[in-house]
Every structure is written in C-alpha cells, then in structure tokens.
Design a protein around this ligand. Structure first.
Ligand code: HSE
Length: 408
C-alpha cells in the first residue's frame, strides 16, 4: 500500500532544486516537501520564504516528517543529519557520496539499529539506477567486475578538450557553471569523487566495506598537450576510468585516466554522461549509460528513492551476507605511460617491467608495468602524470610473482 510521505529537505542547491522540479512534474509520487532547511540567510530563492527554515530541529524534531532528504555539500554535517534523522525514526534519502563512502559501515549499522532505511541512488552516477540493480537484479549473479566513467565533470572536460579543442581551464569553468562540478572541483579533477562512488558500488557489488583512502586515485589535472597529441596521433581518447573486480578472495580497485581506443564502448560516452559496465558470471557484460551529473538527472534519482520509500523499500546489502570473506587489496599491477619533465623524477627501476621510453616538447615518457602502489606514490609527487596504456587491465600479483618482487 502506497503511503503519503512528508519530506524535510536539507539543502536547496542544484540537486535540491532539481528534486523540487521533478517532484512537482511527477504526478504518481505520493510525497510532499514540508520544510527546507538552508544555511545562508541572504540568498535569493525561487520559493516563498514560509517553506524555508534555518534550524535543523524544525525538520529533525517534527514528528509529522517521515523522510529526511539530505542534499547538502558538507560531508561531516550531512553525516550528523543522517544520524539524527535515523535516531528520530525518520528514513533518509541522500546523494552525498563522500559522506556515504567515508561512513558506509556506520550507516549500515545505524539502519539495522534504528530499523529505518537510508537510500542513495543519486550518489552514484546520477540518473543511472545502478545501486538498486546491484541489489535486486544481480542479487544472485556472481559479479566479476564493475567499471566505467563515474564522474560527469571530468568526462565533460575531457570531451570539450578532445572534441572542441577547448582549454582545460575553460572546460572546467563550464562544468562548474552547469552545476556538474563539486564546490571544490579538486574532488572531481583529482578523481576523489569517482573513488567515493566506487567505494559505494564495491559494498553493493561485492559486500565489502572499504575505506576510500585504501583505493588509489589519479586525476586528470596533470594531462598535458603532449599527452593529448599522443592520443590524437594514435586514434585514442582519454577517459577517467573507475574499476573494481574480484579475483579469488580479493577485491581490487583503481581510479585513473586511461588511453581508450576509438572502438571501445567508453569512447562514445561524452559530456556529463556516465557509464557503468557490470560483468556477472552468468549475465556477462552489461553497460548502463546515462547523465551522471546535473540538477534534473540527479533529482530524478533522488525522486526514485523517495518513491521506493512509499512502499517501504530498503537495501538488504545482499552481497554482504553472501560473500563476507572477501578483502580489498592493492597487490596488483597495470601498464602505464608516465610523463614528467624533470630528468630523474622517474626511473626504469620504478617499473616491474619496462617496455620503452620516448621524449619530445620538453617532456619525457616511459611505458611499462607498475605496481598500483607506485601510482599512489606518483600521485603524491608533483610534475608526474600517469595514464593507463590502451587496453591495459589491472592484474593481481600471483603469490609466486609477489614473492619474487618482494625479495628482488
Ligand atoms: N561532481 C559530480 C560529477 C556530480 O561531476 O559527477 C555528480 O555526482
């Protein structure tokens, strides 16, 4: 039986306004916004002032409100709101990927403790219904891998840089103006945002809670004109690829830019579109493509969660109960092209297998196979850029190789 839900909304930015619009355009969802809690007292807002409050208690302590919809920017403040909402018997819908990634285990425990749902489809890849598919459609399939383009801003920037030859700075400004970028765009361009999303998907695909700091991320902010020329000369493009996969009892993950061949399915995913490829043992590979950022696409994912609450839907975290012996590890290698301008910054000894080097236009490049931890080390130093080679995969270090490398 469908319920009429009363909503208390936190935040009225890009996604909050998108939700307001899609909720009013959609006749079938039995839910209405009772109050909106906002921070700034001076902003001009498109609604009458009666609906707004500056006091979070006006929502959290209102027994008439069934669902807290949390759409603010600050991850720690958002976590406090989620905790207080659950403690006060309210269900929660949130799109805050950083908050979820950093506190997913606690949020899972809080849901069990308070017997209330937290839904967050809007937190991963905007309009693509990936979490509910992992929970419901793939609940009995053995998932081998989840990978794709999980950040709209960087995909928009890379598209503009490649297709329209815009500068990186100009394309980033556009992504900000269109409301795709985070308020701190470093989270996008340094690949933290897609890493948060990958962290969430790892929990739903493989039943493993991994701390985001354990996953290595390398951004697109160091890509140079030489890298772009290399891509164009070889009929390649560059995409920021997030990936996680299972091998034996381990889960591996990485977010890094990669040279992509023109025939690859990710090559045609442009602008703020995202893509998620899921590989199951029986279903095999399936690709979901949709808008990954923006007011209405993300608002529609939030609306879908609200609608699901009208029939008491909850995530069951089915994989957590099926596969609790898996652990996350970075004991793997991949093939990279690493570029730098200061001689000596990178050496052949950094590679497990060195395959070649080239130089030109004041930049030097080396290609070969490295451990994932080497990519983390390079991400912490300046002046070094890493792009995965075309077709390169992340490969687990098998124990014999690992022993040989450890004692080499
Ligand atoms: N900044 C994010 C992106 C917003 O560009 O994908 C959607 O999560």
């Amino acid at each position: 039986m469908k319920k009429n839900l009363k909503l208390g909304l936190f935040g009225f930015g890009c996604v909050g306004q998108g939700l307001y619009h899609v909720l009013h355009e959609t006749k079938g969802v039995k839910a209405e916004i009772k109050k909106i809690c906002v921070k700034s007292r001076n902003k001009q807002r498109p609604l009458g002032e009666d609906i707004f409050t500056f006091r979070k208690e006006d929502i959290l302590l209102d027994s008439d409100i069934d669902v807290v919809v949390e759409l603010i920017d600050d991850a720690e403040a958002a976590f406090e709101i989620v905790k207080a909402a659950l403690q006060n018997g309210k269900a929660v819908v949130t799109a805050n990927k950083r908050m979820l990634a950093e506190h997913l285990r606690e949020i899972y425990d809080l849901q069990q403790l308070h017997n209330r749902a937290v839904l967050y489809e809007g937190s991963v890849c905007g309009s693509i219904p990936i979490i509910r598919n992992l929970e419901e459609y793939y609940d009995n399939d053995l998932i081998k891998s989840v990978e794709g383009i999980f950040n709209g801003s960087t995909n928009y920037i890379l598209t503009k840089v490649f297709d329209e030859r815009r500068s990186y700075d100009e394309a980033l400004k556009q992504a900000q103006a269109l409301g795709f970028a985070e308020s701190d765009p470093a989270l996008d361009v340094q690949a933290f945002d897609p890493k948060f999303k990958l962290t969430i998907l790892i929990a739903h695909a493989f039943g493993v809670f991994v701390k985001p700091e354990n996953i290595i991320n390398f951004g697109i902010d160091r890509i140079s004109a030489v890298d772009l020329k290399y891509a164009r000369d070889h009929s390649l493009t560059i995409k920021l690829v997030a990936r996680a996969f299972k091998s034996e009892n381990s889960i591996y993950g990485l977010v890094a830019p990669q040279f992509i061949e023109n025939h690859h399915p990710l090559s045609s995913v442009r602008n703020e579109f995202n893509a998620v490829s899921v590989e199951g043992a029986f279903a095999e590979k399936q690709l979901f493509v949709g808008k990954g950022a923006g007011s209405y696409p993300t608002g529609s994912a939030v609306l879908s969660d609200i609608s699901a609450l009208t029939y008491d839907y909850r995530y069951e975290y089915k994989k957590l109960h099926q596969e609790n012996r898996l652990t996350f590890t970075n004991e793997a290698t991949t093939e990279v092209i690493v570029s730098y301008s200061r001689t000596g910054d990178v050496s052949v000894t950094d590679f497990e297998k060195f395959t070649g080097g080239f130089q030109g236009n004041g930049q030097q490049s080396m290609q070969g196979i490295v451990r994932l931890e080497k990519i983390r080390e390079w991400s912490r130093r300046t002046g070094i850029n890493v792009i995965l080679a075309p077709g390169s995969e992340v490969k687990p270090l098998v124990s014999v190789e690992k022993a040989a490398l450890d004692y080499a």
